[in-house]
Design a binder for this molecule. Structure first.
Ligand SMILES: Cc1cc2nc3c(=O)[nH]c(=O)nc-3n(C[C@H](O)[C@H](O)[C@H](O)COP(=O)(O)OP(=O)(O)OC[C@H]3O[C@@H](n4cnc5c(N)ncnc54)[C@H](O)[C@@H]3O)c2cc1C
Length: 457
């Protein structure tokens, strides 16, 4: 069996490689996890993917699907070698079907490109990861990713109507249909969403889309402490206002944003909440008044973004905050470990307090930002990556953050996925449900060739 020769026969000589430099480039994602594949293959259609899977299954070769490699948990890293299946070349928008409120796409389409095309029609695909300009829709579906809008619009799983999936043995199935609802049998679409390439390779997706809201505004509220900010969020949601985004920025995060783009000058307080409200002109005004009156007793300052330009500047800087943190201290690097917890909304103030005490306990500054409206907090830590002692403290702090989130009824990953970075927590978080996942994995991929070493299955 000659792996590279067979792959080149299937996809063409230029679309499969085992050149060491290429293998190196594909040996990581945006996390610190590494694993070198034996070859990288870039298929162009479903039939090629099916032939690759059939061959891999016959010869027990691991296959790791890959979109843009922006994942933060090692999901697209080939831990056991084998084939990395780079789907970024399958990037067509197959059909924008406004009459049926849906769009059909190939998995490699970049998220922001899809929304640019939909915007021209007055529609949008609501999940909005900070990596919008980089990540693929296939990767987003495989991770059940989301972003700032999930507090109002939900996560990716709410928008997937049908998936074309190549299974481990090379067979091709459709998990759903083009209807907006269906109660025909097991919900295989939901099973595939969030399965991180361990159950099949997504080669097409039909996604629900929504009309763009007519009006938007942003209310910026500053608070002396993160806990007061958390309290204000809980009270706002309980008052019946569901913002289209509800983001927390702690003091360090605001410093980073202001350094990254001095034009936005967010007041530097203990914590800032950005409430975005969308809807009609009148609903936006009414809801921003409610936000102001609920936050007033707790906040040290409140203002509304001056205009659309200021709003866009705030959001584009916010999207890059994870990377922009290096502006604060060039000797430290942002490490994506323990960075994606989620807790039930009412536990937000308590979680914020506990993060602060973990930061003190391990003498490690933690920058907290994220989608506080749905309980998703990004706890950003930066270290000198050459210093083993700092690594040790970071890992201990991350472990405590994960266990604290689970203790509060939360999750170790609200949107970035489990990959191999967080698989050790699956038993603690999911208990006996992990055994059911293992049974499903064995049934659909008996030889365990699809993305081995991920999700704890
Ligand atoms: C700066 C930055 C900001 C980010 N912000 C967010 C955010 O706000 N929200 C968020 O959710 N994530 C965020 N992420 C994480 C990341 O962008 C998402 O997880 C994204 O969905 C990954 O897409 P990708 O195309 O890069 O997938 P990859 O990293 O290539 O793969 C991710 C997983 O999906 C699987 N996969 C990929 N394509 C397929 C396919 N076609 N079929 C089956 N499995 C497949 C892979 O095997 C892997 O397990 C951020 C990352 C960065 C670097």
């Amino acid at each position: 069996m000659n792996l590279i020769k067979t792959m080149q026969e299937i996809v063409g000589i230029d679309r499969a490689t085992d050149a060491p430099v290429q293998l190196y480039c594909y040996s990581s994602d945006a996390s610190q996890i590494r694993g070198t594949p034996d070859c990288v293959v870039r298929p162009q259609d479903t039939e090629q993917v099916s032939r690759i899977m059939r061959f891999a299954n016959e010869h027990d070769i691991p296959v790791t699907a890959r979109g843009a490699g922006t994942g933060l948990a090692g999901g697209a890293v080939a831990l056991e070698g084998g084939i990395v299946l780079d789907l970024s070349g399958m990037d067509r928008i197959v059909d924008i079907d406004i009459n049926n409120l849906q769009v059909a796409v190939e998995p490699g389409i970049i998220h922001s490109k899809l929304n640019e095309a939909l915007e021209a029609e007055g529609f949008f695909f609501p999940p909005d990861p900070g990596s919008s300009d980089m990540c693929t829709i296939g990767g987003l579906i495989a991770n059940n990713g989301s972003g700032m809008r999930s507090v109002k619009y939900g996560t990716t799983k709410s928008y997937v109507l049908d998936l074309e999936v190549v299974m481990a043995d090379g067979s091709v199935i459709h998990t759903g249909s083009k209807t907006l609802k269906s109660s025909a049998g097991y919900e295989l679409t939901r099973l595939m969403v969030g399965s991180e390439g361990t159950l099949g390779v997504i080669t097409k997706a039909v996604l629900k889309i929504l009309p763009l809201p007519k009006a938007r505004t942003v209310v910026l509220a500053s608070f002396e402490t993160p806990e007061l900010a958390g309290e204000a969020v809980v009270k706002t949601l309980s008052a019946g206002v569901i913002p289209s985004a509800c983001e927390i920025l702690d003091r360090t995060t605001v410093e980073v944003l202001n350094a990254y783009n001095p034009n936005i000058s967010i007041p530097n307080a203990g914590a800032t909440i950005l409430f975005e409200l969308d809807g009609t002109q009148s609903s936006v005004v009414e809801e921003s008044e409610t936000v102001e009156s609920v936050c007033n007793p707790l906040a040290s300052g409140i203002r509304i973004a001056a205009d659309r330009d200021e709003m866009e500047e705030i959001w584009s800087a916010r999207m890059l905050v994870g990377a922009a943190i290096s502006r604060i201290d060039p000797n430290r690097t942002r490490v994506y470990v323990g960075e994606d917890i989620g807790v039930p909304i009412k536990e937000i103030p308590r979680m914020l307090k506990l993060v602060q005490s973990i930061s003190d306990e391990f003498d490690l500054p933690i920058m907290t930002y994220g989608h506080i409206g749905d309980g998703n907090l990004h706890t950003g830590m930066c270290i000198d990556m050459l210093d083993n002692e700092q690594w040790e403290r970071l890992n201990l702090a991350a472990d405590k953050i994960h266990k604290t989130a689970i203790m509060l009824g939360g999750t170790v990953s609200a949107e970035h996925g489990i990959g191999s970075a967080r698989s050790e927590y699956m038993r603690l978080e999911r208990g006996g449900a992990l055994d059911v996942m293992i049974l499903i994995k064995r049934a659909l991929d008996p030889k365990g060739i699809l993305n081995p070493g991920k999700l704890g299955v």
